[in-house]
Structures are given as C-alpha cells and as structure tokens.
Ligand binder design. Structure first.
Ligand code: PEP
Length: 251
C-alpha cells in the first residue's frame, strides 16, 4: 500500500505574513489527518517562518528548487544543507517551469536528485510531455527518456526514496487537467519503466504523483486511478480551503 502524498507548490507566491496566516488556518484544518502525507513547498523566503509553524505537526516542509553544491561562490543559489538547516524534508526538482524559463535539462535535474538524496531530502522529480509532444504521439518516448535520464545512477536502494510527479506540461496552470485515464496510462507506463530499471518490488513502492490543474472537483476521480499516489498542486493550493478540500478528496 502506497501512502497518498499531497504536496502544494506555491510557486512565487506569498509573503512571510501571508505564509503565516495560511499555515495557522491550514494546521487547524488538517491537524488530525494521519493517513496521508501533506507537504507545503513554499518560496525560499517563507521557509523559516513556515518551519517555525509546522515543526512537530503532521505537515512537512518542502522547497521548490536547490543547487547541487553544499557551499561556495554561487551567487543567488540555495544549497541542500541550507534546506536541511531550515527544516525541509522535500524538494521539488525539474519542475517544467524551471525547465522552460531556466533551461534546466534532465542531466542537471539528475545531478540535483542525487545530491538531494545524499543530504537526506526527498526529491519530488517532475517529468511530463509538452502539448506538441503529445500531439506528435511522442508522450511515451519523452517519458521514457526523462525517466532514464533524470534518474541516472540512482541506486536500487534509493529508488523508492524518491517521489516522481507526472506533470503534463499542457495541464500546468492552464485549467485543463489530464483525464483520469490519461494520467493512469502515463503513470502506469512510468511505473513499468521503473520496474524494468529496479524490479517490481521497488516499482510497486515508489510514489507517483499527478500534477496539472488539480482542483477539489477533479481530484477524487484522478486519485481513484491505480497508479496515481497523490498530487502536486499549484494554483489550487494557494487558497487554504481549496487545498484542504484537495487533501481530503475522499472524505
Ligand atoms: C504545479 O505547479 O506543479 C502545478 C501542477 O500547477 P497547477 O496545479 O497550477 O496546474
């Protein structure tokens, strides 16, 4: 049984004051939930205040990116040890917005993932096809390439410690979610590729999230799919009530 994981990706939203207001309300709503993992991936500037509020709670803290070195002359970057220091357990890597606007490639995402594991952070590695790739019938080729290249040199021992997020690029922030069947088909494919690389015992343990225009109205049906183990939620996680409804999708 894979424990569901629902993660918020706040992207570049919320000041420290807004973070504080949100988390106080959110913790009050979710404090008794134990049968699923809940993660808030907040902007770097909100990590410190978020940790103060989340510490000891059932909600874990995550970052949205990190660099691959522990320290050094890398102006503007944040290291894995800094994320650990501020209380992060998770880090989103290879989000399509980073691939699109900051030209991140699978090889770099792969490096980051290996470093995150070394520092005891759980990487949420994002993969997914663009609309053009889907229309050209290349979805599965793209996913196979991304699985193989983003996860290169990942040991069998660590293979079930990471989280994969299937995020079709055409569904992110567009209001147009993948159908539950499209999500299942892609995520089943990813799990099969995983099984080829690491064996069935490992592939049956790794959690694969769906991400792309999740809303309280569509998440229950998406979660009903066998290979969907949770969600990475952007826009709809910015409002406390809306994210809470997503977290309790089956209640
Ligand atoms: C995301 O940021 O990972 C995401 C899926 O965004 P949205 O839910 O807004 O589509």
């Amino acid at each position: 049984m894979r424990k569901p994981l629902i993660a918020a990706n706040w992207k570049m939203y919320k000041t420290t004051r807004e973070t504080e207001e949100y988390i106080k309300k959110f913790l009050n709503l979710v404090k008794d939930i134990k049968d699923r993992d809940i993660v808030l991936c907040v902007p770097f500037t909100s990590l410190y205040i978020a940790e103060k509020l989340l510490n000891g709670s059932n909600v874990k803290l995550g970052a949205q990116n990190m660099y691959v070195e522990e320290k050094g002359a890398y102006t503007g970057e944040i290291s894995p040890s800094m994320l650990k220091d501020v209380g992060c357990s998770y880090v989103i890597l290879g989000h399509s917005e980073r691939r699109k606007y900051f030209y991140e490639k699978d090889e770099f995402v792969n490096k980051k993932m290996l470093v995150a594991l070394k520092f005891g952070l759980t990487p949420i590695v994002c993969i997914g096809e663009t609309l053009q790739e889907r229309e050209d019938g290349k979805t599965f080729d793209v996913l196979e390439y991304q699985v193989k290249n983003s996860l290169k040199n990942l040991s069998k021992e660590d293979a079930d410690k990471i989280v994969i997020a299937y995020e079709p690029v055409w569904a992110i922030g567009t209001g147009k979610n993948a159908t539950p069947q499209q999500a299942q088909q892609a995520q089943n494919f990813i799990r099969e590729k995983y099984a080829e690389l690491y064996g069935k015992d490992v592939s049956s343990k790794v959690r694969i999230l769906y991400g792309g225009s999740i809303k309280p109205e569509n998440f229950k049906e998406i979660m009903a799919q066998q290979d969907v183990d949770g969600g990475l939620v952007g826009g709809a996680s910015l409002d406390v009530e809306s994210f809470y409804k997503i977290v309790i999708y089956d209640k």
